[in-house]
Design a protein around this ligand. Structure first.
Ligand code: FAD
Length: 144
């Protein structure tokens, strides 16, 4: 079965915040490990940007499940492609707080230094997560 990469953006639902992240990551990592899914969850006080990599059928089903999760809203598909190599093969779900990346990093990836995944093209989102991975090859957190 082909391996695919899917990138989506979403907004936190009202009443959901940083305290919910550890739970989301714990369940994700356990289920992803069993399902052969890898990726990264980028978190900002308003938005999520997530990469899911794995077998096409598994990733498609997971995306539908995640899109129905009421802890976030406006789930928007940004990029989807067949891949030969995973970007995040070593992480069941890497995690990064966008705030920790610093202003110069964000200025490189947006016109005003503000993280807004809804304003990103598929190419820009891919460039963003590739740069995150390169910047922090050992530092991508497996914890919230
Ligand atoms: P159940 O515990 O039976 O959950 C049923 C449904 O209830 C879930 O689908 C969800 O919509 C909702 N739900 C679950 N827990 C809560 C809660 N604490 N508060 C409110 N609603 C809740 N799952 C993965 O397996 N892999 C991922 O990479 C992944 N990434 C995610 C990223 C984000 C931003 C979010 C919000 C969720 C993510 N999830 C991920 C979680 C996913 O949406 C499901 O909750 C999870 O897979 C468990 O589903 P379930 O039907 O087995 O669990």
């Amino acid at each position: 079965m082909p391996t695919v990469r899917l990138i989506y953006a979403s907004r936190f639902s009202r009443g959901v915040g940083p305290n919910d992240i550890p739970d989301i990551l714990a369940v994700s990592r356990e289920k992803n490990a069993a399902a052969g899914v890898t990726g990264i969850l980028c978190y900002d006080p308003r938005y999520f940007l997530q990469v899911l990599e794995g077998p096409r059928k598994v990733v498609n089903a997971l995306y539908n499940q995640i899109a129905n999760d009421e802890r976030h809203a406006d789930v928007t598909l940004i990029e989807y492609s067949d891949i030969n190599e995973r970007l995040f093969a070593n992480w069941t779900m890497a995690f990064v707080r966008v705030d920790d990346l610093g202003n110069p990093f964000m200025l490189k990836h947006s016109s005003n230094g503000v993280f807004d995944p809804f304003a990103m093209s598929g190419e820009q989102a891919l460039d963003f997560v590739c740069t995150v991975r390169e910047l922090r090859p050992q530092g991508l957190d497996e914890r919230a």
